[in-house]
Write a new protein. Structure first.
Length: 334
């Protein structure tokens, strides 16, 4: 499967990857590998994290080591291959293997508590969720800068994992129920669209093009970063635009994403997020496939900017994430 290089205009993202057991953590550290279950959540995480991004492992409320993602692979029939045992979730009783994998390059070694102020962005997200509850958490650039100074520079080679011959697949997504065959073909859901939009807006050119059609309270796009889903007391913000390096004051712009036609209730939900962010929030952005008249009127009253998305990829077939992302277009409604 070809590796898609990161956009040279994009800064690398930083993620903390949740690990389910101590045994799995030790295997991840030993071989420099991250693996995600073969369900929709694992496929989403695999789409989120790209070559060149940075990751740490999260286990027992501690962050372990800093790695750079060197390669990404989706392995067919992963239950046949090391290093992880099959995982059964207590809530659903479903058993998963780990087909979605990242090959990592060790950069720094550390074992740090999330209680540290440097991890406050992720720790607050965990606290508001009442626990892990998902495979990964994105941290901001300030957290990455701090992690880049923790512990020590790596001075040891990772152990090589001997693997029998295997084949790869590209994860695909579809709205057609007859095509769904997890993990090879998963349902197209909001998190996949959110990830495509986040990658799109990580390009300063794309973000500037969009902001030209929106009044974002004087925010300079080259000072902003776009982050994935974050918890706040009133719910979960799909995407967040914020100042990369706040100086004196910070700008926070919540983005709500809907795959189909947005409703007035979606505007009300976004308005609650804006109120939670208070004085640092000059506007909110609602991205959807379309908007009805009532939604248009409500958005105008609530200081919500509307953006229509479209895709070149046919979701009644089974496009890859790259095909979805590369064919994404955003149109600001004036």
């Amino acid at each position: 499967m070809p590796v898609r290089p990161s956009d040279s205009s994009q800064r690398p993202s930083y993620f903390l990857i949740s690990v389910s057991t101590r045994e799995n953590l030790e295997l991840c550290i030993k071989y420099g590998l991250a693996g995600f279950p073969g369900g929709e959540s694992g496929a989403w995480t695999f789409c989120e994290i790209q070559v060149g991004d940075f990751v740490s492992f999260l286990y027992g409320a501690r962050a372990h080591n800093l790695y750079r993602v060197g390669n990404r692979q989706a392995i067919s029939n992963a239950e046949r291959y090391p290093p992880w045992k099959l995982l059964t979730f207590k809530q659903t009783g479903k058993t998963y293997s780990f087909p979605f994998r990242l090959q990592l390059e060790l950069v720094r070694t550390f074992n740090e508590s999330l209680v540290r102020a440097e991890f406050a962005y992720v720790a607050e997200n965990l606290l508001l969720r009442g626990g892990y509850g998902r495979t990964h958490f994105q941290a901001d650039q300030t957290t990455l800068q701090s992690a880049s100074e923790m512990g020590n520079l790596a001075d040891a080679e990772l152990e090589h994992l001997a693997m029998p011959e295997f084949s790869l697949f590209e994860a695909r997504f579809s709205r057609s129920k007859r095509l769904i065959k997890t993990p090879e073909v998963c349902r197209f859901k909001e998190p996949i669209l959110q990830s495509a939009i986040r990658r799109h807006l990580m390009s300063q050119t794309n973000l500037a093009n969009l902001s030209n059609g929106l009044n974002l309270g004087g925010a300079k796009t080259d000072e902003l970063e776009v982050l994935g889903e974050i918890a706040i007391p009133d719910g979960h913000i799909d995407l967040l635009l914020k100042k990369r390096v706040p100086l004196g004051s910070g700008i926070k712009i919540p983005i709500e994403v809907k795959t189909k036609t947005a409703q007035p209730k979606d505007v009300s939900q976004l308005r609650r997020y804006m109120d939670e962010l208070r004085g640092e929030c000059p506007a909110g952005i609602l991205i959807a496939g379309d908007f009805n008249r009532r939604t248009l009127a409500r958005a105008k009253d609530e200081n919500v900017r509307l953006v229509r998305y479209s895709l070149l990829a046919d979701l009644m077939k089974a496009p890859t994430f790259d095909e979805i992302y590369e064919g994404l277009q955003l149109e600001a409604l004036v």
